[in-house]
Ligand binder design. Structure first.
Ligand code: NDP
Length: 280
């Protein structure tokens, strides 16, 4: 039976370390600050933003939410980003995605100063990750890698398979695993014989967006299985991995809820703290 990689416990440890570093920074007169821009009234986004605010409060990071109406123009959104770029009390800026239809996400993200881009979605930070330079690493893959490291396994040369190739999860996850010297395969909706790939994986990361998509028969015995999925089914949150069939096969597994999702916000706090440390 797989060991559980518990995002709640790992987050608690990391958050207490972050809180200590925040205290040290405050002693030097700097309070790390995060600004979240929320456009429109998407209920899921509102919950995410509230949780980010709570996370900040817990570790002593100043946070503010800039709420803009659904019909905000691109110009107004970008002006707001510019204002925050120039605000010395703000070290991290995050534009909550998805933006309402009609707004250009890529153009908005490109406006954020790369040093304040705590989501790590700016092209410069994406490029730095690929070329191996120091930059901001997107929160979800960073959290997932932390969980993988907690297994204590030597990652050098392991077969890693990532299902999903989004810019926010799949691609940066694959880049991070490559940096750890894994042999990385990225699978997506056009992949043929998916199971042949996944059954080779010592590390299997599922970022598909389909509840219960990865079943036990797709998993190599003893593998590290990281479930990034957050899918709402009949009012419950379900992962991309079918936990009941996967757990008896895997060596380690992340639960949903209480796995990667919890780590994502913790990594946002860490990225904000590190941005403030670099700027002070
Ligand atoms: P996207 O929809 O952007 O990407 C999904 C990926 O899955 C695509 O690359 C797609 O392939 C691939 N895919 C879809 N169907 C199949 C299939 N049948 N076989 C193989 N691959 C397939 O999603 P995200 O990356 O944004 O998110 C993935 C999941 O992670 C979602 O459930 C999301 O809610 C969750 N999430 C969780 C976070 C957390 O904090 N835990 C943070 C961010 C996301 P193709 O490119 O060919 O279309």
């Amino acid at each position: 039976m797989a060991k559980i990689l518990d995002g709640k416990i790992m987050s608690e440890v990391l958050r207490s370390e972050i809180a200590e570093r925040v205290v040290r920074l405050k002693a030097r007169g700097v309070t790390p600050g995060l600004a979240v821009i929320l456009v429109g009234n998407d209920p899921a986004s509102e919950i995410y933003v509230r949780n980010k605010g709570k996370g900040c409060q817990e570790v002593g990071i100043h946070s503010e939410t800039v709420k803009l109406p659904e019909d905000t123009s691109q110009e107004v959104l970008e002006r707001e980003i510019e204002r925050l770029n120039c605000d010395p009390a703000i070290h991290g800026i995050l534009v909550q995605l998805p933006l309402p239809a009609g707004l250009d996400e890529a153009a908005a993200l490109a406006r954020i100063l790369p040093e304040k881009d705590v989501d790590g979605f700016h092209l410069l930070n994406a490029g730095r990750l690929l070329t191996g330079e120091a930059g901001v690493i997107p929160c979800t893959p960073r959290g997932a890698l932390h969980m993988i490291r907690q297994t204590g396994r030597d990652l050098n040369g392991l077969e890693a398979v990532v299902i999903g190739r989004s810019n926010i999860v799949g691609k940066p996850m694959a880049a991070l695993l490559l940096r750890e010297n894994c042999t990385v395969t990225i699978c997506h909706s056009r992949t043929q014989n998916l199971k042949e790939h996944t059954r080779r994986a010592d590390i299997l990361v599922a970022a598909v967006g389909k509840a219960g998509f990865v079943t036990g028969d797709m998993i190599k015995p003893g593998a590290i299985v990281i479930d990034v999925g957050i899918n709402r089914v009949d009012g419950k949150v379900k992962g991309d991995v079918d936990f009941d069939s996967a757990a008896p096969v895997a060596g380690w597994i992340t639960p949903v809820p209480g796995g990667v999702g919890k780590m994502t916000i913790t990594m946002l706090l860490q990225n904000t703290l590190e941005a403030a440390e670099r700027m002070s």
